[in-house]
Ligand binder design. Structure first.
Ligand SMILES: [Zn+2]
Length: 382
């Protein structure tokens, strides 16, 4: 049987050059190794229906069309991430952290008022801007590091940025795994002829009915967000925050960790929402719900872990402040100030928070079918 890395080359190789992340210098290489190690060893293993192991393999490629993609191969699951995603995400998390209060895990505020900085910080997120050479990744990393050093970032802030990065990149890879584990990739292939399940692609836009595509996102997001929060609370993180928190913390552990994951996902969703082949201002992606709506659904899923009493402080407050600071103190690729007009302009193809009941009902029905395609995620064997 073929090794997974060989299968990966067969499946994704034609789309672009593979990044050899081991050739990156440390500590840059660590940013790339983190999601790889996470998927292959920190997640509980999945098993096939006959009880054999179902391994996952993650790698990065240079390409001009998608951020992330999933494929269910016979020997295991493949997750393919655009080479610039870890670096751009790292940059965004560090810039965000530099305008946060680490001890409350909230953007800087004063008596409840968000602190507004004189000039918004630009956070790039357009993948097409990332070039196709490993040298350019190294150069971009050096530029990010020197801007962080110049800003005189403190150690605690840097550590907070790292934790945000870990949470966000975990979300990215686990979301792709979820599409495989929940049977979405097989279903899309068998029912709609979609060979590669890419997050944003013309094939998916034209072949997969939009309401089904959005329900698949809802399912993957919900399971991923709950998983990332639960793991952080269990102490299953690479970052030391899993075990030990900043000493001057002004909030309890659960609130700190949950707020941080909410912030991280919110940052991620401001970065990579669009189809690169179309100009930003006239693209409304129908394969995915608007990121603002996705975030609301994710918050509900996280709320099932925090419980009702802690929900406002652990989820709603960071969500509100983080959206506000990203809109006012940063310039991000996806501005949520337009969220309402974009999201509600065509109710027949896009779900909204109004139709939460509708999407969860459809998700429930669809997932029952999808399980028949899925490898088994063995959550309880450890
Ligand atoms: Zn997805």
């Amino acid at each position: 049987m073929k090794e997974l890395h060989q299968v990966f080359e067969d499946v994704f190789g034609y789309l672009g050059a593979l990044l050899e992340e081991d050739l990156l210098p440390e500590p840059l290489s660590l940013l790339y190794q983190l999601p790889v190690i996470y998927i292959s060893s920190a997640l509980s293993p999945a098993i096939t229906k006959t009880g054999g192991p179902y391994p996952f393999f993650t790698k990065f490629i240079f390409n001009n069309s998608f951020n992330a993609s999933a494929y269910d191969a016979d020997p295991g699951g493949l997750v393919c991430i655009h080479s610039s995603v870890p670096l751009l995400l790292y940059n965004a998390c560090m810039q965000f952290a530099s305008k946060c209060n680490v001890y409350t895990a909230l953007p800087m505020e004063n008596d409840g008022q968000l602190v507004l900085f004189k000039k918004p910080t630009l956070i790039p997120g357009r993948l097409a801007l990332a070039s196709e050479q490993i040298e350019n990744l190294i150069q971009l990393y050096d530029e990010i590091q020197s801007s962080i050093t110049l800003s005189g970032i403190e150690e605690e802030t840097f550590q907070y940025g790292l934790f945000l990065y870990e949470s966000a990149i975990r979300f990215v890879v686990m979301h792709e795994c979820m599409h495989i584990i929940l049977g979405h990739t097989t279903y899309a292939r068998k029912s709609f002829g979609i060979k590669l399940f890419m997050e944003v692609s013309e094939e998916r836009e034209s072949h997969l009915p939009h309401h089904i595509g959005q329900v698949l996102e809802f399912l993957a997001d919900r399971n991923t967000a709950a998983g990332v929060v639960a793991q952080a609370l269990e102490g299953n993180t690479f970052h030391t925050y899993g075990q030990e928190l900043p000493s001057l913390l002004q909030i309890d552990r659960q609130t700190f960790l949950t707020r941080s994951v909410v912030n991280a996902i919110c940052i991620l969703f401001h970065l990579f929402p669009y189809n690169l082949k179309l100009p930003l201002n006239n693209t409304v992606v129908r394969t995915h719900p608007h990121p603002y709506v996705r975030m609301q659904w994710i918050n509900r899923a996280i709320g099932s872990i925090t419980g009702k009493d802690a929900f406002t402080e652990a989820v709603v407050r960071p969500f509100g402040y983080t959206m506000a600071t990203l809109a006012r103190n940063f310039t991000t690729p996806n501005s949520w100030l337009m969220a309402n007009s974009e999201n509600f302009q065509d109710e027949s193809v896009a779900f909204s928070d109004k139709s939460y009941e509708q999407v969860s009902l459809l998700a429930k029905e669809l997932q029952a079918q999808l399980w028949t395609h899925a490898p088994v995620y063995n959550n309880t064997n450890e």
